[in-house]
Design a binder for this molecule. Structure first.
Ligand code: ATP
Length: 223
């Protein structure tokens, strides 16, 4: 499903360069559930940006669903994201002029899929927000905005869900229901899960955890 071979990522700022990722390798099979952990600033978000094609590595090869990202132009990478990947970022990137329901329906509308409003309502119900479909992002709490972002990432049933701290701003009960949702999608639709998380409960549910440190991933052995 995902293969990263010998990835390096270097940011340049004011003549200085920062090596964030160094000779990093990662292989994830379809349907696998993988947690990425690691200290602040270790490059977890950078890794997610690379494997969703939103950033390009300095060197190395990234394959997603059998396609090499380097061979795709910007539009083709956007198509791949739209068709195959659901993304939940820490800052939720909701569109402020659209209601919760319209935000969730957007990926379906862009892809020209039918019944987008009905499917958006169903997905909002699954994240516990049936009553909030008509609210704009500014009228929602942080945790509610996060759940809208999760509903939007999942509404087109992507083969791969990539999420940065999906339970980060949620209380324990809401966090648990989101974890249940992610893992039921994994069971029912075979969605591959790649989750950056500090939540030990979420990491423990995954097939394996990988720790990002000094630019490389290391297997975390369960205690
Ligand atoms: N666009 C950029 N330009 C320059 N440096 C950057 C850029 N984006 C990230 N960095 C640097 O790269 C390093 C990794 O950042 P990244 O956001 O990937 O870390 P992270 O592991 O996700 O951190 P956190 O857990 O705090 O969110 C940091 O030192 C950051 O300052």
């Amino acid at each position: 499903m995902i293969s990263l071979q010998n990835i390096a990522m270097q940011y340049r700022m004011a003549g200085e360069s920062i090596d964030v990722l160094k000779a990093l390798n990662l292989d994830i099979d379809a349907r696998e559930r993988v947690a990425i952990v690691g200290p602040s600033g270790s490059g977890k978000t950078t890794l997610l940006l690379l494997l969703t094609g939103l950033e390009q590595p300095t060197s190395g090869e990234i394959m997603i669903a059998g396609r090499s990202l380097a061979t795709l132009d910007r539009d083709a990478r956007a198509d791949l994201r739209r068709d195959t990947i659901g993304i939940v970022f820490q800052s939720f990137h909701l569109i402020s002029s659209l209601t919760a329901e319209e935000n969730v329906a957007l990926p379906l509308d862009i892809a020209g899929q039918p019944n987008s409003d009905k499917r958006a309502r169903e997905m909002l119900a699954r994240v516990g927000l049936s009553e909030r479909g008509g609210h704009y992002p500014a009228q929602l709490s942080g945790g509610e905005q996060q759940r809208v972002a999760i509903a939007r990432a999942l509404v087109h049933e992507p083969a791969l869900l990539v999420a940065d701290e999906p339970t980060g701003n949620l209380d324990e009960r809401t966090g648990e229901s989101i974890i249940e949702l992610l893992f039921s999608l994994n069971r029912e639709s075979g969605t591959t899960l790649l989750l950056v998380t500090h939540d030990p409960q979420l990491a423990a549910r995954c097939d394996r955890s990988l720790r990002l440190e000094n630019g490389q991933l290391h297997a975390v052995v369960a205690p």
